[in-house]
Ligand binder design. Sequence first.
Ligand SMILES: Nc1ncnc2c1ncn2[C@@H]1O[C@H](COP(=O)(O)OP(=O)(O)OP(=O)(O)O)[C@@H](O)[C@H]1O
Ligand SMILES: C[C@@](O)(CCO)CC(=O)[O-]
Ligand SMILES: [Mg+2]
Length: 378
Amino acid sequence: MEVKARAPGKIILAGEHAVVHGSTAVAAAIDLYTYVTIRFPLQSAENNDRLTLQLKDISLEFSWSLDRLKEAIPYDSSTLCRSTPSSCSDETLKSIAVLIEEQNLPKEKIWLSSGISTFLWLYTRIIGFKSATVVINSELPYGSGLGSSAALCVALTAALLASSISNKNHGNGWSSLDETNLELLNKWAFEGEKIIHGKPSGIDNTVSAYGNMIKFCSGEIIRLQSNMPLRMLITNTRVGRNTKALVAGVSQRAVRHPDAMNSVFNAVDSISKELAAIIQSKDETSVTEKEESIKELMEMNQGLLQSMGVSHGSIETVIQTTVKHKLVSKLTGAGGGGCVLTLLPTGTVVDKVVEELESSGFQCFTASIGGNGAQICF
Ligand SMILES: Nc1ncnc2c1ncn2[C@@H]1O[C@H](COP(=O)(O)OP(=O)(O)OP(=O)(O)O)[C@@H](O)[C@H]1O
Ligand SMILES: C[C@@](O)(CCO)CC(=O)[O-]
Ligand SMILES: [Mg+2]
């Protein structure tokens, strides 16, 4: 039997980092996906006592015997419960780390270990110690602010939950999950994100699961209906960074300067709420006026992200380059490098700015905003 799932990456239009501290943020799905295929062997097949993970886009394969997994990951049948998401304890995470060390992950790929830990934990917790080959393929750049970690957690959980759905609709292409399964999927994916982000807000897994555009605050999800065209250029600075470390850095700054940082988080909250209102507004305001307001809000948000300490020289270079073309940019996701968003008001011709950014070694692309969330296929 084979099940497939896919989940999109995302951009954050406003509110990253502050959202971890209870502010509002606005995010949208993009049409770049992480795909997960799970193949279960026949009972009679050889090798039906192993769990194999293939990371297709980076040509790596890992394999564990089920006995070794059972030995290392604490298990009793009462803790295996697909319908009650639970957190991975520090102790279990340590045992999982040993399972990954045994696979001799190349040193330059050590950043993958949190993703593989999440895989092992979600897999064993949701469907137990069952033999399979899991193939993962991603169109998203890793660790670049486009939510690769959340797309992994959401796509994997969707495939795991789909494997136990009884009324499978074979051969009908991609289909969405029903509301109950979507809620369950989002909770499990959040538990997975905790392993990768440390202290996630939940916005990345939520927008990847539900798709479209959302306003998110302290776990509350409001689905937004955009009433204006919204085009963004995405520039990957190609500077690698790690969301967990950046989120922890902002929290440490907030401990050192609680009043100042609270004011920053409050300002971001207002920016996100205003941005969401503009995007949804059906009033007479012209698109040009709305775009002018969004530009200003993005500029203010970037200033506040810089004051949180999550900008980077490469991000500043992108901002300065786009300003020369009268365009406004802000970082997206955790910052520290990664990707930058540039608003493309109606009628903008991007060729010149793209040429200049790419000649500095950056990678530019556009993605369609506000599309599908998690989907499954049999
Ligand atoms: N397809 C994948 N396979 C295995 N691990 C993955 C995959 N995608 C992401 N990861 C894990 O997630 C980590 C990157 O997550 P991180 O949160 O730092 O960045 P991001 O999610 O791309 O950006 P942001 O959180 O800012 O949106 C990788 O180092 C890896 O451990
Ligand atoms: C930086 C952050 O706010 C967004 C990362 O895409 C972290 C999170 O919300 O989990
Ligand atoms: Mg992430």
